[in-house]
Design a protein around this ligand. Structure first.
Ligand SMILES: [Zn+2]
Length: 278
């Protein structure tokens, strides 16, 4: 028997023993959808680290640069479709195996695949929030406005990142024109949790509550390098909830796992979902 089959057997047995799974997903679930992940097998950054909320709100040029890169990055992000991992999780939910799916991804692909028990820990890139009046609006609308105001940038292409960022460098961002909130004139920001920003408390509490109601935790495609995700593994370990993981490479939660499958999430989960829907 091959190592891969052993891994699948362990995963299937884990899911059989624990009916209600608390699933935590990360960038490794969306790589097959053409959205690259942030980190390599050692958990190190593959690219420049994302913008902080302090830079975004406090520095007009940094903000222009963010939106210019986002204008280009959104084209890939906005067109991404769910992959095998998203589909498998929607199927597992339909089979009654998912208590809650907590995702660190902002791409909305779990919803697109049909999952309904989802908490978007870090928000959604397809939504824009006014920092003053809190009005929400579709990112697609803002995209139209950004393209109209900045035709020179609309023609550019670049490598994209999981947060909708894109690698644009050595350009003059000082003239990039970003609209303000149509309601109150306030500053617009993607409705995602930036680095340097806290996840809203009620969202964290809802996730902890779901974890408490679960029989086991499954970590999928996340290196857990960010504490906002890692804390759920730590809590699960504290309260004696067994944890398994599917991830390529090292994670910051390795010491807490019953076992880890070092395989891509998509094919592994597809196989698991097949067994439960059969
Ligand atoms: Zn506003």
């Amino acid at each position: 028997m091959t190592a891969v089959l052993d891994d699948l057997d362990r995963l299937e047995s884990f899911a059989l023993r624990h009916q209600r799974l608390f699933v935590l997903t990360g960038a490794g679930c969306s790589t097959e959808s053409g959205i690259p992940d942030y980190r390599d097998r050692n958990g190190d950054w593959k690219r420049a680290s994302p913008i902080t909320v302090q830079a975004f709100t406090g520095d007009a040029l940094a903000r222009r640069r963010y939106w210019a890169r986002s204008l280009v990055g959104w084209r890939a992000m906005g067109q991404a479709r769910p992959g095998a991992a998203h589909q498998a999780l929607a199927d597992l939910e339909n089979a009654g195996r998912v208590e809650m799916l907590l995702t660190q991804n902002v791409d909305g692909l779990h919803h697109a695949a049909g999952s309904r028990r989802v908490i978007d820990l870090h928000g959604r890139i397809d939504t824009v929030r006014c920092l003053q009046c809190q009005a929400l609006s579709p990112r697609a609308e803002l995209q139209q406005a950004l393209m109209m105001r900045n035709p020179r940038f609309a023609a550019l292409t670049a490598t994209v990142a999981p947060d909708g960022d894109a690698d644009l460098e050595n350009l003059d961002f000082s003239q990039f024109d970003v609209p303000d909130c149509a309601v109150c004139g306030g500053m617009l920001k993607p409705d995602v949790v930036f680095f340097g920003e806290n996840v809203p408390r009620d969202r964290v509490d809802a996730a902890f509550e779901a974890l408490q109601a679960s029989d086991a935790m499954l970590v999928l495609g996340s290196s857990l390098m960010v504490y906002s995700g890692l804390r759920f593994v730590k809590r699960a370990a504290e309260i004696g909830i067994p944890i398994a993981a599917v991830n390529l490479g090292r994670t910051r939660g390795d010491e807490h796992f019953e076992f880890k499958v070092d395989q891509p999430v998509g094919p592994t989960l597809a196989e698991l979902a097949r067994k439960f829907s059969a």
